[in-house]
Design a protein around this ligand. Structure first.
Ligand code: ZN
Ligand code: ZN
Length: 222
């Protein structure tokens, strides 16, 4: 089993390639740099039509804009939390932030609706779906419990916490989600943007939780 980061250019989210019995991607970027992503996949011997499964961590354009490119290249399965399905199906320009990115989005029909506790079997690796609302109401993290690897989408980054001021965002839910993630004992953190860490995942989650709860304490007084 291998994991590689093949995205993150421009406005694109990070895109993680998991090579196992199933070839899976976590998020797809905007699609604006699809050719670059395609070449990055080839460096690891994967063609776009080899992709079996695309898992979206949430419905934002910078993570799902590229879904169509992979669906048309490979006919891959598309999985997302059940609460994000409507936004994709309706190509909702506000909830997906397509408008904010100045982009137009075609409807996407997810083939697998995820719920908390679902297990996605990839071969050697099983990813557990954790429903972690806060950044959006149907944001998920994916956890490989055996290796303590967390794909965290825009819930938590190596240097902070995801925004909660966008459509369906909820800062109280974010605090609950981060508390839950903190209990996991994460080592490797693979977020939706920016740097990754191989060992400091738990620390990053703790720091993100501190930063959002400190803001709260300052908030009412300031
Ligand atoms: Zn994002
Ligand atoms: Zn987002």
């Amino acid at each position: 089993m291998q994991i590689h980061q093949v995205g993150g250019l421009g406005f694109d989210s990070n895109i993680y390639l998991i090579i196992d019995e199933v070839i899976a991607l976590v998020d797809a970027g905007t699609g604006m740099n699809f050719d670059r992503v395609r070449r990055n996949l080839l460096k690891f011997g994967v063609r776009t039509d080899d992709v079996d499964l695309l898992i979206n961590t949430h419905c934002h354009y910078d993570h799902i804009g590229g879904d169509h490119d992979f669906i048309s290249a490979s006919g891959c399965q598309v999985a997302i939390h059940e609460l994000e399905v409507e936004a994709l199906r309706n190509a909702d320009p506000e909830v997906t932030l397509a408008n904010a990115f100045g982009a137009s989005l075609e409807p996407i029909e997810p083939t697998r609706e995820l719920r908390d506790g679902d297990r996605i079997e990839l071969g050697e690796v099983t990813l557990e779906v954790l429903h972690t609302p806060g950044h959006t109401r149907g944001s998920i993290c994916l956890y490989d419990r055996e290796r303590r690897v967390l794909f965290s989408g825009d819930t938590v980054f190596c240097d902070g916490v995801g925004r909660t001021d966008l459509p369906t965002g909820d800062s109280a839910a974010m605090v609950r989600s981060l508390r839950r993630l903190k209990e996991l004992g994460v080592r490797r953190l693979l977020p939706g943007h920016g740097a990754t860490t191989d060992v400091r995942g738990g620390e990053c989650i703790g720091a993100a939780l501190d930063s959002i709860t400190n803001l709260w304490q300052i908030g009412p007084m300031g």
